[in-house]
Design a protein around this ligand. Sequence first.
Ligand code: PRP
Ligand code: URA
Length: 236
Amino acid sequence: MSLSTPAKTISIPASGCNINKAQLPDNALVLPPTTQLQALLTIIRNEKTQRGDFVFTSDRIIRLLVEEGLNHLPVIPRTVRTPVGKEYDGVAFQGRICGVSIMRAGEAMEAGLRDCCRSVRIGKILIQRDEETAQAKLFYAKLPEDIADRYCLLLDPMLATGGSCIKAIEVLLSHGVQEERIIFLNLIASPQGVNNVCSRFPKLRIITAWVDEGLDANAYIVPGLGDFGDSYHTKV
Ligand code: PRP
Ligand code: URA
């Protein structure tokens, strides 16, 4: 295409995804549906994408999610003096945070969080869906001992039925984390998953990059991207 030929543009639905904004629970937030985000999602959804590109591109979306998640943490006023001797009335983060990844796929989001919060504590919860029934089963949890005093960024790229996320949140609550201090960061969600989690835990917040059409007969997200953990960790 020559420089003088304008690129063909497409229009993006206002909600950016197949769920109308009005249908989303108040505690769910979808990233702005920019063309950049759509292009990144197109790469990771493509069955032909090789692992290196899948990882690189997923990491870019994860970075967007982490940056948005950090916007939802409380701040306090902070004034600093600049090198030209002037005061700048800014803000500083208040309160301590930790990340908690739902293994295995959620571990892919840890590096993106560390890139933004250098020495962040990260806990892990191993939950696996039964391949036949899609029921989530809890195997293991290792969390910071002072997690009850922290804001918690819960990490899992896929939200299908919501079973895994709900189990993870139950673990966090049982360790004393306050529901309103949990922010769930997620790449692709189903409408069912969003509604199941948000109605069960109305005080937590979900931040997702996209809400898809729904689930197939195997409780996989459609159009989705298949098994995120396989693509990120093992695909050739
Ligand atoms: C995937 C995904 C979520 C869960 C979503 O994990 O990472 O944890 O499924 O499905 P749900 O909302 O219906 O519970 P999976 O159990 O396949 O394990 P993995 O992380 O090892 O891929
Ligand atoms: N887990 C995934 O990785 N993808 C889905 O679509 C559902 C569960």
